[in-house]
Design a protein around this ligand. Sequence first.
Ligand SMILES: [Zn+2]
Length: 248
Amino acid sequence: MTLPTIALFRNDFYLSTTEAIVTAVIADGGIVLDQTCFYATSGGQPGDSGFLERADGSRIEIASTRHGDTKDVILHVPADAQPVPDIGEKLVLHVDWTRRYRLMRMHTACHLLSVVCPYPITGAAVGEEESRVDFDMGETIDKDSVTADMMSLVNANHPVYLQWITDAELMANPGIVKSKNVRPPVGLGRVSLVCIGENAAIDSQPCGGTHVSETQEVGEIFIARIEKKGKENRRFRIRFGKPETAVL
Ligand SMILES: [Zn+2]
């Protein structure tokens, strides 16, 4: 039996380092800690990489972070040939912040896209360079106008914040869930709603990922491509930077 981990990243998206105690080391290599700021793969956002610093200053490099058999257990998966820590050992955790911050910006961009394109979401994957969001929609939409609408939300610098509701409140209001096939992050007794704009005027959506706190932090983004995936499905690809200028 594995002890649960306090997931500090749920309440503080900007926490990149913390101290923690090793509570278990799983046979296939996952290190379990009493608490962590490492985000565990969930809801289309990949888990954090980084390193765990030992008392002598040496490092245990972490390749990825994922949930164990249950959502309250978080496994820090070491890279190949890393030293194994002792149970009870105190470590200082360091998230690869450059990577995580890009993921936070991208993840927030996915929410902005879902505001601009208010269709049911059938899938999403957040990446460091590119993210994709799939919508249940049949019509064709101009990618440059989607980019312009997203950038006006970025430039308006709307606040992004969390509101907590219980699983029961979410079940009683199924209309607030935009995803069609993706299960909302229930199972922990309460669910975080990601709200954009004062009084959630722009959007509110159940999501357990990490997001920036103001839309301006997303920075320059654009829709690189919209692909047709069947008659009733469109796949949008978001990238950082300015739209590539068409070469004539
Ligand atoms: Zn989210």
